[in-house]
Design a protein around this ligand. Structure first.
Ligand SMILES: [Zn+2]
Ligand SMILES: [Zn+2]
Length: 390
């Protein structure tokens, strides 16, 4: 069960717990992760990895080759934090106001470094190992930027893998799920162009307010009336903006929606319905409406073969019944999905624990990554490397 304990001393594991806490104290946001990337680069170089920095900004890849095989795999960790105030009071709480590692990316980085250290010398494999450290997962831009900067042409991978901690399920539990695993996300922007005027003379205006009120209601019917029960989607209106004072009818009104789906077909269906609703409202109210959809990330789909491979590799690490193949449906988004559009692979979850502390949701000001996962997570990476590059 505890390969780390078997092969390495606890004090060595403790060094990675300290490193995780050090990263936790100095969170960096979005694509601006120079200090975290520097720590990662320095560690990898000191263990003999070939380190390539500045890929799509502060992204980096550590490469290690062993044996003669031409096979190669990529393991990815994310490095960025969130723009929120940490409410924890422990010694390793964030030292920077308004920034917090509330998604555990500090832990994912430490896990991959702990694995890197073990894979450098004490563990054998045959092939090329590419360790991918990406910024800006939360902004859903980091993976794409690294790919646009030639990630997979410079470091070809036959398969790629990533993991995320999952609070609310017990430590020692994993979810390795084939097929759609995380949702596609798009931002939809709607802008109504009416004709403003005096609040006392609405007959001389084209008021955008009744239009936006009606749109808000009509959009709710897409999920409830147009989608079947097995077509998973979430449509949320996150912003509505119109008007300034009580006696002016504004020219325009606008809103932003978040649309999440687990398949391109459902996404297309929703987009088609949005288009029909918007054009119908133009006719009904005599306004013009612009509708813009921006895809932030596609659905994350695990390939069958690589998912099966991960299950096989992880089996020896997990007690019977704790290696799950189906988790709770998650409509959150992950930008590793972009990488999986180019290379087959698998993204899986490790339970962060239950209860008030380790069960606390990610993106919550009281969240913290469970340091116990550093050992288990690095065990997982070592097994996957051994299984894929043997
Ligand atoms: Zn997050
Ligand atoms: Zn995350």
């Amino acid at each position: 069960m505890n390969a780390f304990k078997d092969t390495q001393s606890l004090s060595e594991l403790q060094a990675f717990v300290q490193l995780r806490r050090q990263i936790h104290m100095m969170p960096e946001l979005g694509g601006e992760t120079p200090a975290t990337a520097a720590v990662v680069a320095e560690k990898l170089a000191s263990w003999g990895y070939e380190v390539h920095r500045g890929i799509g900004g502060h992204g980096l890849v550590g490469v290690r080759r062993k044996g003669n095989s031409t096979r190669s795999i990529g393991l990815r960790a994310d490095m960025d934090a969130l723009p929120m105030q940490e409410e924890n009071r422990f010694a390793h709480a964030s030292q920077i106001a308004g920034r917090m590692h509330a998604c555990g990316h500090d832990g994912h980085t430490a896990i991959l470094l702990a694995a890197a250290w073990r894979l450098a010398d004490s563990v054998d494999f045959d092939g090329t190992l590419n360790l991918i450290f990406q910024p800006d997962e939360e902004g859903l831009c980091g993976a794409k930027k690294m790919m646009e900067d030639g990630l997979f042409t410079r470091f070809p991978c036959d398969a790629i893998f990533a993991l995320h901690n999952l609070p609310g399920i017990p430590l020692g539990t994993a979810v390795v799920q084939p097929g759609p695993t995380m949702a596609a996300s798009q931002q939809v922007s709607i802008e109504i162009q009416g004709r403003g005027g005096h609040g006392a003379m609405p007959e001389r205006s084209v008021d955008p307010f009744p239009v936006i009120a009606s749109l808000i209601n009509a959009i709710q019917t897409i999920k409830s009336r147009n989608l079947a029960v097995d077509e998973h989607a979430v449509i949320s209106i996150g912003m509505v903006n119109a008007g300034t004072v009580y006696n002016i009818i504004p020219d325009t009104a606008s809103m932003l929606l978040s649309v999440r789906t687990d398949s391109p077909e459902t996404e297309q269906k929703i987009n088609r319905r949005l288009e029909e609703i918007v054009r119908g409202h133009e006719q009904l109210y005599g306004v013009t409406i612009s509708l813009q959809t921006d895809q932030l990330a596609p659905a994350l789909v695990n390939s069958k073969f690589e998912t099966q491979k991960v299950r096989q590799c992880l089996e020896p690490l997990f007690a019977p019944g704790t290696l799950l193949s189906q988790g709770k449906k998650l409509m959150a988004t992950e930008d590793f999905a972009w990488m999986l559009t180019q290379v087959p692979g698998c993204y899986f979850f490790l339970g962060n624990g239950e209860g008030e502390f380790h069960g606390c949701s990610v993106h919550n000001p009281h969240y913290d990554f469970n340091d116990e996962l550093i050992r288990l997570g690095s065990d997982c990476w070592v097994k996957i490397v051994q299984g894929c590059l043997s």
